[in-house]
Design a protein around this ligand. Structure first.
Ligand code: V47
Length: 389
């Protein structure tokens, strides 16, 4: 019998408990000796540490990784697989941070530089009126000249264009930048933006927290510590946020594990992260153009390690734009329980050579999920289930 929604949701009405329960793992599926001790810990319901994280992050035993991560996925989310009818809006690409890994940013007045007025952004949001958007995902840049009034007007205009959509906007890096531009505290920034309609925050700007990586790739960007602290502030104000890790460039396995454990610690303290999204680095048109793209093995390994280390994160997202829809579907068996959404128009990865479509239909998303034996759940920004359009 095909699974039903009620059998798929691990706990339909209440949030799942934060940690992982003792997992039911078939030891015959785990071949890598380093993974066997991780499997033993998971079977006892013990929390993984840095050494376990390194074993996961270095293992080539893909089926073993999948067996462990899928058991964790089933314990957290059953077979439920979430998607959202959303649209991305990138209000500007003019950025003073000049991160080496980013192909999207432009100098003010540079070739291809743009800034949308709030009215232009609202017009974009209103396109495709038949699409019943639950979420607008709004990300731009650290613009050197704009004041907080612009961002408040942007949110107000977008909210008026799509009153039923949650405004998921601005990363902790942008919040920090707005505060410095205005000479006010990040709490004041949050108050103003929430009054203008901010409802949730995406997880970008985290990159890799390691100071070494940040010095080399994004020295002007908000530090990892501050990124975490600002996320904690958002949580205290009741704003759910996401977290990401940009992997597949110069970071080491140890730096990946350190990043994930820092997120886990922050989540223990503030509890407001909804989803973790591993972001596969795309090198084209970036300052790291000589690097290879990430491999299928590494993509699935990062998804699996994330599910297992981030035992207090409710959701792991396989972002189809960066993984490609086919690998994102496979990732549902490696710990992921969310595919993101319709998106309509993605710019950041496509400027860096993404070959995926710019958006997907609801039917395509549901087909990816059901044909893999999972149960599709259309969600809003808060992972509440929404009826299918
Ligand atoms: O912060 C920049 C990354 C992020 C490249 O919260 C790159 O639901 C790959 O955060 N190759 C923005 N990645 C995207 C993001 C996101 C995406 C989907 C869902 C959510 C969510 C958040 O993209 C940036 C940066 O880490 N990025 N350049 C690149 N060349």
């Amino acid at each position: 019998m095909p699974p039903t929604l009620s059998s798929a949701l691990a706990s339909p009405e209440t949030a799942p408990p934060p940690g992982l329960p003792p997992l039911d793992i078939d030891p015959r599926l785990v071949g890598d000796p380093a993974l066997k001790s991780v499997a033993a810990k998971l079977a006892q319901g013990r929390r993984l540490d840095e050494g376990d994280g390194l074993a996961l992050m270095k293992s080539r035993d893909l089926l073993g990784l999948g067996a462990l991560a899928h058991a964790a996925r089933l314990a957290k989310n059953g077979l439920a697989t979430y998607y959202v009818i959303n649209r991305q809006i990138n209000y500007s690409n003019i950025c003073g941070n000049r991160c080496t890994f980013c192909a999207f940013w432009r100098e003010p007045g540079g070739d291809g530089a743009y800034l949308l007025s709030p009215e232009q952004a609202a017009q974009m949001a209103a396109e495709h009126p038949q699409l019943n958007l639950s979420e607008l995902h709004i990300v731009g840049s650290c613009h050197p000249d704009l004041g907080l009034d612009y961002y408040c007007e942007l949110l107000a205009a977008l909210g008026a264009a799509r009153p039923q959509a949650t405004l998921k906007a601005f990363t902790p890096v942008e919040i920090d930048h707005f505060a410095r531009q205005e000479g006010i505290s990040t709490s004041e920034v949050f108050q103003r933006l929430m009054a203008a309609g901010l409802g949730a925050m995406p997880g970008g700007g985290a990159e890799v927290f390691s100071p070494r990586v940040r010095r080399e790739l994004c020295p002007s960007k908000t530090s990892g510590e501050r990124w975490l602290a600002i996320s904690g502030q958002a949580h205290a104000l009741g704003l759910p946020t996401n977290a990401t890790m940009l992997y597949g460039h110069i970071e080491t396995p140890a730096e990946r594990v350190e990043h994930l454990l820092a997120l886990r610690q922050q989540q223990d303290q503030s509890g407001g992260f909804s989803a973790f999204i591993p972001l596969a680095f795309h090198p084209e048109n970036t300052g790291l153009g000589e690097l290879n793209r990430t491999t299928g093995l590494d993509d699935l390994r990062v998804v699996a390690a994330s599910r297992l280390l981030l035992d207090n994160f409710p959701h792991i997202k396989a972002y189809w734009v960066m993984l490609g829809p086919k690998l994102a579907q496979v990732a549902l068996n490696f710990g992921a329980d969310d595919l993101d959404g319709t998106i309509v128009e993605e710019r950041i990865t496509h400027t860096a050579g993404a070959t995926t479509a710019k958006g997907m239909t609801e039917d395509e998303l549901r087909h990816l999920i059901t044909s893999a034996g999972f149960v599709p759940v259309r969600r809003d920004s808060f992972y509440r289930s929404v009826e299918q359009s």
